[in-house]
Design a protein around this ligand. Structure first.
Ligand code: GRF
Length: 203
C-alpha cells in the first residue's frame, strides 16, 4: 500500500512511520508533503529517500487550489492512504473525495473531547485526570471522523502541557503505526449498520 504523509512541523510521527512501517507490512511511504517549506518533517523524509514537496498557501490562489494541487501530487505518486501526522490545516471536501475513507489523522486527545488546535492545553486547563490519543478517519468536520484507535493515559497530577505532550508522543507513534498496518492488511471497515463506528477485523 502506497502511503502519503502530510505534516506541518517536527515530524516525530512521520519518523515513527518511516522507522517502523515503511518498507514493511506491505507499506511504502512514497510522498511527504507540507504546508511549511521549513518543516523538519520534510528533512526527515528526504533523509529516508522519500519524495517531498511543500504547498505553502501563498503559492496558490486559495486553500482549495492548494488542496487540489496536493491531491494531484499525491495521486500522481500512486498514494492509496493519506496520513495527517501533525498536519495543522484542514483538508477540503474535494481532497477527501479524491481519497474516500483513505485519510486518517492522529490527535492528542480522547475525542470527542478537546477537538482542534490546543487540545492538550485545553485538557490541562480543564483539569482532566485521564489524557489520551485518537487516530481517526478524517471527514469534513474538525476531528469529527469515525474513530479507528484510541488509548488513554492516566496522569491525575498533570499540570504542565509539555510534560503531557511528551507522555502522549510515544502513544501517538504506536497508534498511528498500528492504524497504518491494520489498513494495509485491509482489517479496517466502517460498520455498515453505523457509519460512525469502525470495525477492526481480528487478524
Ligand atoms: C502531534 O502531537 C499530533 O497529535 C498533533 O500535532 C503533533 C505533531 O507532532 N496533531 P510531530 O510533528 O509528529 O512530532
Amino acid at each position: 500500500m502506497k502511503v502519503g504523509v502530510l505534516a506541518s512541523g517536527e515530524g516525530s510521527n512521520l519518523q515513527a512511520i518511516l522507522d517502523r512501517v515503511h518498507g514493511r507490512a506491505g507499506v511504502e511511504v512514497v510522498a511527504v508533503g507540507s504546508d511549511k517549506p521549513e518543516a523538519r518533517a520534510l528533512e526527515r523524509a528526504a533523509a529516508a529517500g522519500v519524495a517531498t514537496r511543500a504547498f505553502p498557501l501563498a503559492e496558490h490562489a486559495d486553500r482549495h487550489a492548494r488542496d487540489a494541487a496536493m491531491a494531484a501530487w499525491l495521486a500522481g505518486a500512486g498514494v492509496e492512504l493519506v496520513v495527517l501526522a501533525g498536519y495543522m490545516q484542514l483538508v477540503d471536501a474535494a481532497f477527501l473525495r479524491r481519497f474516500p475513507q483513505r485519510v486518517i489523522n492522529v490527535h492528542p486527545a480522547l475525542l470527542p473531547a478537546f477537538p482542534g488546535i490546543g487540545s492538550v492545553e485545553q485538557a490541562v486547563a480543564y483539569g482532566v485526570k485521564v489524557f489520551g490519543v485518537t487516530v481517526h478517519f478524517v471527514d469534513e468536520g474538525v476531528d469529527t471522523g469515525p474513530i479507528i484507535l484510541q488509548r488513554a493515559l492516566d496522569l491525575p497530577a498533570a499540570t504542565d502541557t509539555q510534560t503531557v505532550r511528551n507522555a502522549l508522543h510515544p502513544i501517538e507513534h504506536d497508534l498511528l503505526c498500528e492504524a497504518v498496518r491494520l489498513i494495509a492488511r485491509d482489517a479496517v471497515r466502517i460498520d455498515p449498520a453505523n457509519p460512525r463506528r469502525v470495525l477492526i477485523a481480528a487478524v
